[in-house]
Design a protein around this ligand. Sequence first.
Ligand code: NAG
Ligand code: NAG
Length: 288
Amino acid sequence: MKILVLMGVLSHLLVAVLADSPKYKPIVMWHGMGDSCCNPFSLGHFSKFLEEQMPTVYIKSLRIGNNSIEDIENGFFMNINDQVTLACKLIGEDPELKMGYNALGVSQGGLFLRAVAQRCPSPPMLNLISLGGPQQGVYGLPHCLYPTHEICDYLRRVLNVGAYWSWIQARFVQAEYWHDPMNEASYQTGSMFLADINNELQINTNYSDNLNRLRKLVLVKFTEDTMVQPKDSEWFGFYAPGQASTVLPLQKTKLYIEVRTSNFFVNIGSPESQEVGQVESDSADSWY
Ligand SMILES: *[C@@H]1O[C@H](CO)[C@@H](O)[C@H](O)[C@H]1NC(C)=O
Ligand SMILES: *[C@@H]1O[C@H](CO)[C@@H](O)[C@H](O)[C@H]1NC(C)=O
């Protein structure tokens, strides 16, 4: 099972970040695509593992929907901006979280939790761990986990044709973080989620300020990941514009070079920040 492999490889890292104070801070988790909050084989199992490592820790695994089926479906079909608003509400209403919390997101959940950090600074997110979160989006859906395969094939065709058409943006989660390197301009103007949280078109200084409030941002890249294309997106890298084979690390992307002046990336990717431990990068060999 995927999470079992992951735990073996990463447990030391996760526990080191999550348990860095005598009284454990609560943990908010957000599941990945095709999964749900409480699946006993993934996040449910993972919660148990963390509870064993940190007895008495409070864990909230976000359920986006009234039940687990809706939670899975909303991971494909509920506008991400609405999901983030709902997540902020669930976090804001929970008295256990009011002194701050650590966040741990799997796959697209790692990207969505960064949006929570940027848009909803209160209560404060203290540390964010993104396990394979596509921080610069995806271009391809090679390993779609939806129970019926036809949906994945359909989605892939739709996204290739019109990911940035507004009716598709409004309805398909993966369109909202679809990043087409052949069409950077359409992406910047058409993406209603990713282009916004990455400050592509306009600089939202609140996003920079809030992101920089995190004590640690841990971006875990799975070196064998087949689900996120390109996998470098998990470390904020992406394809060089105009093609889909050469990948640039964050520091070489236009986003970094231009947006850096806004301080958005001041703590991400610079050599200074890595030296002082603001950003920890780790990669694991196995995922699925
Ligand atoms: C919960 O159920 C209500 C009533 O059916 C529905 O309107 C709402 O969209 C559901 N919530 C989510 C987040 O799917
Ligand atoms: C930034 O945050 C402040 C204070 O919460 C708010 O008043 C302002 O509207 C926000 N700006 C943007 C661009 O969201």
